[in-house]
Design a protein. Structure first.
Length: 221
């Protein structure tokens, strides 16, 4: 098989790719922010020590972490129209599914971050009259976020890679843009190879930035 990249007219190809890249970035940001917020709540529930909070949070996290993401995407996309009587749309399905799924992973990261804060600081908060929510908001969570920031960003990079799975429900992401370009130029192999390079460059560059951030946080400590 002979590979031929002479067809690449970036003025044309980029028009297909840019739209997909924008959605992939949007999906990553929405799922990251929503996942961290929901994941933090799940982590606090699991650390509360109250069975009526611990058990549903643990069940949610363990269930989500035991099912492949692509299956969750397909189930949500196919079942919601049956329950509501109208389609939700591939893009909205992807954003909701990714947020709910990633929350389980961000929850475990946040739980580890919260547990990394010395308990003495928690007791000190109680000693000055702070409530549990105040202690978490003002003392524990700021330190937990700083401790876990490199891991949170690394999980976000993995999240960006996983956005290619929305291809299964027809959402127009970065990979879909490359697929359409390949069909238009009748060069699917070459466009998929270029897609691999683009994903690698983006994710490797972000990984290097996370590594530099991790070094700076280590110095601050």
């Amino acid at each position: 098989m002979n590979l031929d990249f002479s067809f690449l007219d970036w003025g044309v190809v980029s028009s297909f790719i840019l739209k997909g890249l924008v959605f992939s970035v949007q999906l990553t940001l929405v799922a990251m922010i929503g996942g961290i917020v929901l994941g933090t709540l799940l982590a606090l529930m699991r650390l509360s020590g109250k069975p009526w909070l611990v058990m549903p949070a643990a069940a949610y996290v363990n269930t989500m972490r035991s099912i492949p993401l692509v299956m969750v995407i397909l189930w949500f996309f196919l079942l919601i129209p049956l329950l509501t009587g109208r389609p939700l749309g591939a893009e909205w399905s992807a954003m909701i599914t990714f947020t709910l799924f990633e929350a389980a992973y961000f929850s475990e990261i946040m739980r580890a971050g919260i547990q990394s804060v010395p308990k003495g600081q928690v007791h000190a908060g109680y000693a000055v009259g702070m409530t549990y929510p105040q202690t978490m908001q003002l003392i524990v969570l700021p330190q937990a976020f700083r401790n876990m920031l490199p891991v949170l960003l690394t999980q976000t990079i993995i999240l960006f890679q996983d956005t290619s799975l929305v291809y299964a429900i027809g959402a127009y992401d970065l990979l879909k843009g490359f697929e359409i370009a390949g069909k238009n130029f009748n060069r699917p192999v070459e466009t998929y190879l270029v897609a691999t390079v683009v994903y690698f460059v983006i994710c490797f560059s972000l990984s290097m930035l996370v590594r530099q951030l991790q070094k700076k946080i280590a110095i601050i400590r």
